[in-house]
Design a binder for this molecule. Structure first.
Ligand code: PEP
Length: 251
C-alpha cells in the first residue's frame, strides 16, 4: 500500500538564505510550470524570515512552505522562539521538528519534539518529525533501537484526518556525502512503517516516511524507488532550484 503514496520532496535550507535566495523559489516555480508532469508534492523550508515572502512568490499549491522548528507553546515569554501558529500565519503548511542538528545542538529530547508536534498539529501544520542514529550507534548495532525509541517517543497521537510525516535521517549521512546502502534504507523504513502501523493502524500505513542524508539528483532515483521511501528530505541540494528540481524529477 505504501508504494502508492504520493512522494513528498522537502528542502531544508537550514540557516542559509537572505532575500536574494527568494530567486530560487521563483526559479523552482518556473521549472515546475515548464514540466509536463510532477509526480510529487514539493515543500521548501527556508529560514523563518523568508517563509512569508516565499509563500507569496510560490503562489498556490505547487510549492508548499514550511518552518524548521517551532515552540511547543502557542505564545508567551519565549524570546527568540516562534510558534506553530506564527508559521502558519506566515504561510507555512509544514514544520520540520527534531532535526538532528536541533537534537544535538539544542539538546532537544524526543519528549520535547512530541510536544512541538502536538503544537504543530493544533495549529494545522503537518509535522515532519526527524529521527536517525549516529554512526557509533549503527556500528554498535543499536540503529533500530535508537530510531524505534525516537519514533515512539517523538510522535504524538493524532486524529485520523491529520497528517504526520516521519523523516529518517541517519546523522552520519547528513551533509557528508555518505549514504546508507539501499538495503539498509529499506530495512530501516520497513522498521519505521511497522511501528507506525502497530500504533496508528491505517493512518500509519499511509503516513509518508522520507529518507534524508546526502540526497542529490544522481542518487535520488534509486533511493526514491526503495520500498517504504515516500520522499526525501534534502539539505544542501535544495538550495539551488535546478539541483532540487533534479531530485523532484527523479520522483
Ligand atoms: C538535512 O539536513 O536534513 C539533510 C538531509 O542534509 P543533506 O541533504 O545536506 O545531507
Amino acid at each position: 500500500m505504501s508504494e502508492r503514496i504520493r512522494p513528498l520532496i522537502a528542502g531544508n535550507w537550514k540557516m542559509n538564505g537572505t532575500s536574494a535566495a527568494l530567486n530560487e523559489i521563483s526559479r523552482l516555480r518556473e521549472l515546475i510550470a515548464e514540466a509536463r508532469r510532477i509526480a510529487a508534492d514539493i515543500l521548501v523550508c527556508p529560514p523563518a524570515t523568508l517563509v512569508h515572502r516565499a509563500a507569496q512568490i510560490a503562489q498556490g499549491d505547487a510549492i508548499a512552505l514550511g518552518g524548521q522548528d517551532c515552540h511547543a507553546s502557542r505564545s508567551g515569554a519565549y524570546t527568540g522562539d516562534i510558534s506553530a501558529e506564527m508559521l502558519s500565519d506566515a504561510g507555512a503548511r509544514y514544520v520540520i521538528l527534531g532535526h538532528s542538528e536541533r537534537r544535538a545542538g539544542h539538546g532537544e529530547t524526543s519528549a520535547e519534539v512530541r510536544a512541538k508536534a502536538e503544537a504543530a498539529l493544533a495549529a494545522g501544520l503537518v509535522p515532519v518529525v526527524c529521527v536517525g542514529e549516529t554512526e557509533t550507534e549503527r556500528a554498535e548495532g543499536y540503529a533500530n533501537a535508537v530510531v524505534g525509541d525516537q519514533v515512539t517517543e517523538s510522535l504524538p497521537d493524532f486524529a485520523a484526518d491529520a497528517e504526520i510525516v516521519v523523516a529518517y535521517e541517519p546523522v552520519w549521512a547528513i551533509g557528508t556525502g555518505k549514504t546508507p546502502t539501499i538495503d539498509d534504507i529499506a530495512q530501516m523504513h520497513r522498521h519505521i512503517r511497522q511501528l507506525l502501523v502497530d500504533r496508528f493502524g491505517a493512518a500509519g500505513e499511509s503516513a509518508r516516511i522520507l529518507y534524508g542524508g546526502s540526497v542529490k539528483p544522481s542518487n535520488a532515483g534509486e533511493i526514491l524507488s526503495t520500498p517504504n521511501v515516500n520522499g526525501a528530505l534534502v539539505g544542501g541540494a535544495s538550495l539551488k532550484a535546478d539541483d532540487f528540481f533534479g531530485i523532484i524529477s527523479a520522483a
